[in-house]
Design a protein around this ligand. Structure first.
Ligand SMILES: [Zn+2]
Ligand SMILES: [Zn+2]
Length: 370
């Protein structure tokens, strides 16, 4: 059976449709066909099975040999296309050797010309919705930027009155005591009580082999499918492509099985004297008379770390809202008194507050207490 399939073409001059590929002049207007686009009726470029190929007109061997599968050649002198079998132009008689282009060269040239004309027309129809989408994105971005800028802009609250001051000073007291501990090594100053062999961890060791079933897959040849290739002379060639399917099979595999084996090490049980936080002494007040707390140490005690905290509370005089408490350094706190009218400037989001003058210029750093 021939591998050639009949192609068809439409006359670009008179519009006559579905003219057989073995006809070189339009039966309606008589013009020689030029660089027309050949096609096969009902074929869209898909892969088809052998039996599905039978819906197309197959050329018999004699006809296939007559036409061949090589593209028509293009006569440079009279612009007509001629069969590969012809050595002289059927229209003007020029020899083939004097012309170089074939059907595909002509088609490519025409398509490039059409693309260039389309580009010259300027904006494509797709450009309009695209620019509208860009505009919407630009508006959204501008809105987000606007909100962020606004949230970051400062706002000064001018109706604040200091209603309370608070200070707290804490001293931690440490005690030296004997502790019973255990570890894989003895720290400095420890007194050994006893040692024991104990499990410090596990390692995986080989135990036995076992057979496991493993599913695998491979690609095996199933059948051929065909596509049609434009020969550029009114015929198409059937091109075979192998199609594979996935085949699954199981294989037995030998696999090592391990088990956890304990690792034994020497563990030291010992007593050790350590300084650890034992208690706190606190002093606090609501005035400026700060002092560190008084304390007496037991024989095994010493002073540990000191911490201090200074705060004030303000209330809004115009706005109905909860009192706010702020922490600050002792030197700044010492300048604030109950009854003071102050200004606090912060981002609109409430971040980074500070005490300011009424124009929002910073005077003291403060930290909001939740
Ligand atoms: Zn025609
Ligand atoms: Zn010619």
């Amino acid at each position: 059976m021939s591998k050639l399939v009949m192609g068809y073409w439409d006359c670009p001059i008179c519009g006559n449709k579905e003219i057989r590929g073995d006809i070189t002049n339009c039966p309606s207007c008589g013009r020689a066909r030029g660089d027309v686009q050949f096609y096969v009726k009902g074929y869209q470029g898909e892969s088809l099975r052998k039996e599905e190929m039978n819906q197309f007109e197959q050329l018999n061997d004699q006809k296939a040999q007559e036409i061949g599968s090589n593209p028509d050649w293009y006569c440079s002198f009279c612009n007509s296309l001629n069969s590969d079998n012809a050595q002289t132009c059927g229209n003007c008689g020029a020899t083939r050797a004097d012309s170089e282009a074939n059907y595909f060269d002509r088609l490519k040239k025409r398509q490039e010309q059409e693309a260039a004309e389309l580009a010259a027309q300027g904006s494509t129809p797709a450009a309009k919705p695209k620019s509208r989408l860009l505009l919407i994105i630009a508006v959204i971005v501008a809105a987000i930027v606007g909100i962020v800028v606004w949230m970051n802009s400062n706002k000064t609250a001018g109706d604040l009155k200091v209603t309370a001051l608070n200070w707290t000073r804490v001293i931690q007291i440490e005690a030296n005591k004997q502790y019973s501990e255990s570890d894989w090594s003895m720290p400095q100053g420890a007194e050994l009580v006893e040692t024991k062999q104990e499990i410090s961890g596990y390692r995986e060791v080989f135990d036995h082999y076992e057979n496991v079933q493993v599913q695998r897959s491979r690609q095996v040849y199933d059948h051929d499918e065909y596509t049609l290739k434009d020969n550029g002379n009114g015929t198409f060639t059937q091109v075979a492509h192998p199609v594979y399917r996935t085949e699954y099979y199981t294989e037995t595999e030998k696999r090592a099985v391990t088990r956890p084996e304990p690792i034994y090490n020497t563990k030291y049980y010992y007593t050790i004297w350590r300084w650890k936080p034992e208690r706190e002494v606190t002093a606090s007040g609501t005035d400026h008379n700060t002092a560190w707390p008084e304390y007496t140490l037991a024989d095994n005690e010493r002073e540990g770390t000191r911490t201090e905290d200074y705060r004030f509370t303000v209330e809004h005089t115009k706005k109905q809202s909860a009192p706010e408490t702020y922490r600050l350094t002792e030197s700044d706190w010492a300048k604030i008194n109950v009854g003071d009218q102050i200004f606090i400037t912060a981002k609109r989001s409430g971040a980074n507050p500070f005490i300011s003058d009424e124009k929002g210029n910073k005077l003291m750093d403060i930290q909001k207490v939740n």
